[in-house]
Design a protein around this ligand. Structure first.
Ligand SMILES: O=C(O)CCC(=O)C(=O)O
Ligand SMILES: [Fe+2]
Length: 201
């Protein structure tokens, strides 16, 4: 596969996957609105710390999350989906206009500080029936989003997800690549990630 290098900043080149797998747009959501949403969501969302299976053991997820949408995220997930809120509907409308995809749910992840993270995974395995396009909006603290090729872990990329940015994950990305948000040794403020999904099972 040919690797593309995009220059997103004047001085910081970031390595990216080809545009048919991944597309990054900075400043997709207006900064003031993101600031407003960040504080509102931190204070008002009924955040939960999920129990997840890791290497056949049940552990507490190192982040908080909330699932909002029209149906459960997957058959074994006992959470009742929460109803949409106006701010998320505004963002959803913008993301749908841009992508041409109708999403029926959004997973909110809240990384409270640098100790919060999500381990290597791909979304196709964890959410059966999920359509391949996932639209990920980031608000708050910039964090590194790492990718690695499932067949060759040395083939690894990292992209900084900025406040108000949109990352589209598409095509066969989930089949061939895993992603994570690693813990950080340097001090980090809070970050909320919204992954809009189209759940079809
Ligand atoms: O926080 C992120 O940017 C990614 C979250 C993620 O990978 C997931 O919810 O499946
Ligand atoms: Fe994911």
């Amino acid at each position: 596969m040919k690797e593309a290098q995009l220059k997103l900043f004047d001085d910081i080149p970031q390595l990216m996957l080809p545009a048919d797998l991944m597309e990054y747009t900075r400043g997709f959501i207006e900064t003031d609105f993101c600031d407003y949403c960040f504080h509102k969501f931190v204070n008002e969302m009924p955040w939960q710390q999920q129990k997840i299976m890791m290497y056949e053991k049940e552990v507490t997820a190192p982040r908080l999350s909330v699932w909002i949408g029209e149906r459960t995220i997957r058959p074994d997930d006992k959470r009742t989906p929460l109803p949409w809120v106006p701010e998320l509907l505004d963002i959803k409308e913008k993301v749908e206009a841009y992508t041409g995809t109708a999403f029926n749910g959004v997973l909110l992840n809240y990384y409270r500080d640098g100790n919060d993270s999500v381990a290597w995974h791909n979304d196709k395995d964890t959410i059966p029936g999920l359509k391949t396009e996932i639209a990920s909006v980031s608000i708050g603290q910039e964090r590194n989003f790492d990718f690695r090729n499932k067949a060759n872990h040395k083939q690894q990329y990292s992209i900084k997800l900025e406040h108000g940015s949109l990352l589209l994950m598409k095509g066969d990305l989930q089949q061939s690549w895993e992603h994570r948000i690693a813990k950080s040794k340097t001090s980090m403020k809070g970050r909320i990630n919204l992954t809009f999904r189209k759940v079809v099972v």
